[in-house]
Design a protein around this ligand. Sequence first.
Ligand code: ZN
Length: 62
Amino acid sequence: MWGGPALGTSTCAVCSQPITRGIEFELDFGPARRLFMHGPCFFAWDGERRDAGGAGRPERAP
Ligand SMILES: [Zn+2]
């Protein structure tokens, strides 16, 4: 996992909005499997993932 200043080129995997400001998190699940999230969205997603027992699936219906 990587976090840094938003570059403005990524779309949040949680809320589907462009990440244009603040901190963006990059989660690398493999060569063709990268997700970007806003900082707050990442923490919300990560909390839900832990609540669900650790088998996290970041995809969700809007
Ligand atoms: Zn977001």
